[in-house]
Design a protein. Sequence first.
Length: 228
Amino acid sequence: MCLINSAEGRPGSSVAGKIAGQPVMAYQLGKLESAWRNGAGTKSDGQDTNSQNQPTRRLTKGAQSIIIYFSRSGSTELLASKVAQQTDADLLEIVVKSPYSANYQQTLSRANSERAAADYPELNMRVPDLSQYDTVYLGYPIWAMTLSHPMIAFLMANGNQLMHKKIAPFMTEGGYGQGDSVDRIASILRSSGAQENQFMPALVVDGNKVDQADKRVAAWVTRVQSRG
């Protein structure tokens, strides 16, 4: 979702993939540009892709990387699943206490209000000790040409744990690019006391084309892993 944008999703859309053994639903996949309208109106299930799932959480003792992501309409979760297929990374889904509405306009109104007040959502999750990880993959949808609010809330609360880590951002968007989202991540980390982060070039995928992104994901992960 790009919160200036997405088209009404297909009811009963089929499962797009799996993440940690759970189904991923992404209602906007396969929509033509004329129907998708750069994301304007994209629905969700009203539980930030979790109405039939437990929040994704796979933590191991040996992993050196972790995928931390938020997804409203399912496309970012699908992209996270593809990154997971290419890595041995652990998984952690960002969960907010009050999920965003399934209705796009209601979510847009809430997001605009949160942005204006700089009052970001309360998280409802246990964040593990992140010290074991060298690389952190951060996945999120672009909202109004910037970082989506649950990721902002996560980084503000936990950015101090990301000191000295390689940061690999990946995102879904409505056709307008990554905006200032990566700069925003860097700014929040600095404000949180994190230092000496190495930022990888971002992976940016249109929200209605994530199912076609396998080769791009594989090439991007190889690039991230090859940079020490």
